[in-house]
Design a protein. Structure first.
Length: 151
């Protein structure tokens, strides 16, 4: 039976090392931090990217290229994919259902642009509603009696 007189410390539990609690503790005075310097101070943590005063890698390497902040991303649809499908009327939801443009993830939020390749022979009459069309795609659709409608 357990009483106050025969309590024992649980197995596997090790007490936390108490730093700076007097000379006799073994970790008094400088509390295991060594002599002076940045790492001996409170809050003296060095970031992982610090290279000991050496010129940092992000400053050693040259900057390359640039990112155009006005660039627009599109979900691309080539007219050649529509050539073999029996449907003639297409809008964004129908294109997504047919699996011709991505639906999930980051790309699923982009607007849709219809393109035509340079070697393409497009002879089908279609009515397409999309966010954008290339000049060649619009010409091919309208040349075959179809309609390219910008939403």
């Amino acid at each position: 039976m357990l009483t106050l007189s025969n309590l024992e410390k649980p197995q596997g539990k090790k007490a936390k090392k108490r730093l700076g609690k007097g000379q006799g503790s073994g970790t008094g005075h400088q509390a295991g931090r060594g002599n002076k310097g940045h790492k001996a101070r409170t809050g003296g943590k060095i970031p992982a990217y610090f290279e000991g005063g050496q010129m940092p890698i992000n400053r050693r390497l040259p900057k390359r290229g640039f990112k155009n902040v006005f660039h627009k991303n599109y979900r691309v649809l080539n007219l050649s994919k529509l050539q073999d499908i029996e449907e003639t009327n297409f809008d964004i939801t129908k294109l997504e259902m047919l699996g011709l443009i991505p639906v999930k993830g980051k790309k699923g939020k982009y607007p849709v642009k219809v393109l035509a390749s340079t070697t393409e022979e497009f002879t089908k009459t279609v009515h397409i509603r999309a966010n954008a069309f290339s000049k060649k795609a619009k010409q091919l659709i309208e040349a075959n009696g179809g309609k390219a409608e910008v939403i």
